[in-house]
Ligand binder design. Sequence first.
Ligand code: NAD
Ligand code: TYD
Length: 353
Amino acid sequence: MTILVTGGAGFIGSNFVLDWLAGCDEPVVNLDALTYAGNLRNLASLAGDSRHRFVHGDICDAALLDALLAEHQPRAIVHFAAESHVDRSILGPQAFIQTNVVGSFTLLEAARRHWGGLDAAAREAWRLLHVSTDEVYGSLEPQAPAFTETHRYEPNSPYSASKAASDHLVRAYHHTYGLPVLTTNCSNNYGPYHFPEKLIPLIIHHALAGQPLPVYGDGQQVRDWLYVGDHCAAIRRVLQTGRLGETYNIGGCNEKTNLDVVRTVCAMLDELSPRGDGQSYATQIAFVRDRPGHDRRYAIDAGKIERELGWRPAETFETGLRKPILWYLQHQDWVREVTSGEYREWVHRQYQP
Ligand code: NAD
Ligand code: TYD
């Protein structure tokens, strides 16, 4: 048996592939376009491991998808590939529509062709798990109850709108064609291999580089933080035992304001890698112009996945956050590489025709 993972060289996808192969021997075919966010170095520990087959390619390439499904006959697809950064979606939404909407549609069509040609037993066992975000639900008032799976979709950024569109397509392919799909909507992740454009790795990177720590607006926006390993465990659980056509919210029960997050990162860095001048990294905090349309609060009610599938996060924010901080301190070469453009040059050299 084999699974096909899309976007497995990105932050969550690479954590998922590494965790998967640490826990079982079922091979992974990993399809990734290696955009700026994809990094084969994340998977360096799998070099020479015959259970991992990396394929450099685009989910918008229908012929490639058909060929991969025919060759490897995966029993499941776990779909991570996406443009994932809200700020980039505000500056340039087109790539988000292309990958998140057109790419997910192309994948669904390939899945439908492939699944339709399987025998009855294989069709029954087959799965497509679509990895999505809590941002599709929009923004919550301070005292409003957390998002459940029946919360109305109210996406506010081009990123969340493109993810919402893909969620709706996945739902429609189940409803109309019977494609055996599962969707997960998860809160903000943090952990190793997180690209330093997102809040937590950016703060760690800027703090250590002696640069200002940019906090948008008043820093009172709230996110629900989940350790990436807990997200990967939830995805495995949904893939194994989730009910077909259902959606599952995944969250960490860790609501924090951005300012609290930044201060906690600074305090941990003060302890683990103190500044030479004895001052706290918190002195580098700088309030900057707010993000346009910035969602004020996200919070996840993960009661359904806990009740139905028995999943709960293992890490609290405090225990989980030490892991990426230690990881970043120990992997400064990785950080230098992804921030220097060196990696992009390497991809160009490696894959030029
Ligand atoms: P990421 O940006 O780190 O990685 C995305 C990966 O997809 C990269 O390796 C990139 O090269 C690849 N990719 C992009 N376009 C592609 C294409 N057209 N074809 C093939 N590969 C392509 O993203 P992430 O943070 O790892 O997020 C993974 C998934 O999880 C996304 O679908 C995202 O919406 C979702 N999600 C993320 C978070 C979070 O906090 N990061 C939370 C909830 C859900
Ligand atoms: P981000 O990591 O981009 O995730 P998302 O926008 O998907 O939730 O940002 C998390 C929060 O941190 C969000 O409210 C925006 C804020 N933020 C800053 O205050 N400063 C920054 O430099 C970044 C990148 C984000």
